[in-house]
Design a protein around this ligand. Structure first.
Ligand SMILES: [Zn+2]
Ligand SMILES: [Zn+2]
Length: 145
């Protein structure tokens, strides 16, 4: 199975993709855990919240220290322009400016899936055209007969 080496979680490239040793669908452990934790949370939100609270009370000092360190750090600036066309982003847009640019981004990050989709589309069109040609031929036969 080919998946193109594109991370399921963030869309980034898995750098080891192509080497025999990886079948990971994620670019990093961080992305793998992100997805796993989201799934766990969805399965048992109350339980996961309880776990988080228990962790907090058991490691309160460390948690607060880490949060304080994070507060002091400068955040990377948010994007203000579309990744595909450099047009301005508005409202809730965070990466691309329009459905058209979303399509362009998808094509850039998932070239293999897109090629496969196009291939299926062309195959369907060929079948449709063959059927149309056939029924036109049938009508012509009836007219001639
Ligand atoms: Zn990732
Ligand atoms: Zn755009």
């Amino acid at each position: 199975m080919s998946w193109g080496g594109v991370c399921e979680e963030c869309g980034g490239r898995n750098e080891h993709y192509g080497e025999r040793r990886t079948t990971s669908r994620f670019c990093s452990l961080k992305c793998r855990y992100k997805k796993r934790d989201r799934a766990r949370y969805a399965a048992d939100p109350e339980g996961m919240r309880a776990r988080a609270r228990a962790y907090y009370w058991a490691n309160r000092e460390a948690v607060l220290e880490k949060a304080a360190a994070r507060r002091g750090r400068v955040r990377p600036p948010e994007r203000t322009t579309c990744t595909e066309c450099d047009g301005p982003l508005e409202g809730l847009q965070r990466v691309v400016c329009s459905p058209r640019c979303r399509g362009r981004r998808y094509a850039r990050l998932h070239p293999e899936e897109l090629a496969e989709k196009e291939r299926r589309k062309r195959a369907r069109r060929r079948v449709r055209e063959a059927l149309l040609a056939q029924s036109a031929g049938d009508r012509l036969d009836q007219l001639v007969a």
